[in-house]
Design a protein around this ligand. Structure first.
Ligand SMILES: Cc1ncc(COP(=O)(O)O)c(C=O)c1O
Length: 372
């Protein structure tokens, strides 16, 4: 009997699958409880825009037809909103897919893909799955204690002739840290032209600090730049799977050659286009996030729990001991957060900013679990 394990590509044999946040339905099945609070996957607690829901409703009658494989309407909506050309866009089944397309399009087996320590867990998986050599660059400067953000100087030093692609999440998940305009610009200016830089802006809509860059503005200066964004976070459409990359038309053309046909479904595209036009919903979502973030930061401070200041819709805090039992005890209380030991942070938990009620339920459960 052939063992399929032996047939798999050697890089695949060594892969550990991505661990998503625990689904509500799974915890319901396991514990037989309801009213679960899920703050584990950085989703928008307000859900999608009503305009997106209307667009889904209107699209139901055409589900027997294949979607528009070129994504004309969604690309037109994005181009209009972002001030770019439709030909610069690659649509993905979530931005995870465009991240993968970038690797598959540009990286040969054996070449290096660089990312930061504590980076989004998909980057090392993508590198390894495609036979590339993933290089994690330390986030510590070695002298000033813990530092959780990208160390662009150290990353630049790691770029060599074997390097084909660099991933930078801005803001970063799970740390919520961000690179300032000058830091990211410095990195882009120094990196060789034949190294693709993917700036992952999945959480950009939440960021309000003045020195946060909009990497789209640099596409004209850096032909090796790809910016990725998603409809899963502030747009509240994680379940539909829609994301996109913006790049030069030449890069978009190459990525679209690799892209599977009909990778984004018709309801996702219709909902995404409608969601883009609902400024009020976005503003309400960002406001709720800012208020909730303040409440959580204050609560962690009062409880003496160190946290990593975050510009996203989630925050990572230190429970001062192995966080796994705390995570498990929170599950028993009906609250799902994210353990991040697999990100190299075994004493931390990441929690998504929820509604007022969700934040309160989380904090009450945390107090019970920690005996505070
Ligand atoms: C930094 C970052 N990039 C990309 C994604 C992928 O999101 P999606 O595939 O839903 O667009 C996530 C999701 O958590 C993320 O945190």
């Amino acid at each position: 009997m052939i063992n399929p394990e032996q047939l798999a590509a050697s890089a695949v044999r060594k892969l550990t699958p991505y661990q998503p946040g625990k689904p509500i339905t799974e915890l319901e099945r396991e514990l037989g409880i309801s009213n679960i609070v899920k703050l584990a996957s950085n989703e928008n607690p307000l859900g999608p825009s009503p305009k997106a829901l209307e667009a889904i409703q209107s699209g139901l009658g055409a589900l027997h037809l294949y979607p528009d494989g070129g994504g004309f309407d969604l690309k037109a909506a994005l181009a209009g909103k972002l001030g770019i050309e439709p030909g610069q866009i690659t649509l993905g089944n979530g931005s995870s897919e465009v991240l993968e397309l970038a690797v598959r399009t540009f990286v040969e087996p054996g070449q290096k893909v660089i990312f930061s320590e504590y980076c989004f867990a998909i980057y090392p998986i993508l590198a390894q799955a495609n036979g590339a050599k993933g290089v994690a660059v330390s986030a510590h400067d070695g002298t000033k204690g813990p530092h959780y953000g990208h160390d662009v100087k150290a990353m630049a030093e790691k770029v060599d002739s074997q390097t084909r692609l660099v991933f930078i999440a801005n803001p970063n998940n799970p740390t919520g840290t961000y690179l300032k305009k000058q830091e990211l610009l410095w990195f882009l200016q120094g990196v060789p032209e034949d190294v693709i830089v993917v700036v992952d802006e999945a959480y950009c809509e939440y960021v309000s600090v003045p020195d946060y860059p909009n990497a789209l503005e640099w596409l004209v200066d850096f032909p090796n730049l790809i910016v990725t964004r998603t409809f899963s976070k502030v747009y509240g459409l994680a379940g539909l799977r829609a994301g996109y990359a913006v790049s030069s038309p030449e890069i978009a053309d190459l990525m679209n050659r690799v892209r599977p046909p009909f990778n984004v479904n018709s309801l996702a595209m219709a909902a995404a286009a409608a969601a883009l036009s609902d400024r009020e919903h976005i503003e309400r979502s960002v406001r709720l996030n800012n208020e909730g973030m303040q409440i959580l930061c204050d609560a962690f401070s009062v409880r003496g729990l160190p946290f990593i200041p975050s510009v996203g819709n989630f925050i990572t805090f230190d429970v001062g001991r192995n966080a796994l039992p705390v995570y498990q005890a929170l599950l028993l209380q009906g609250v799902i957060v994210r353990p991040i030991a697999n990100y190299g942070l075994p004493d931390h938990l990441r929690v998504t900013v929820g509604t007022d009620i969700e934040n309160r339920l989380f904090l009450e459960a945390l107090d019970r679990v920690l005996g505070l």
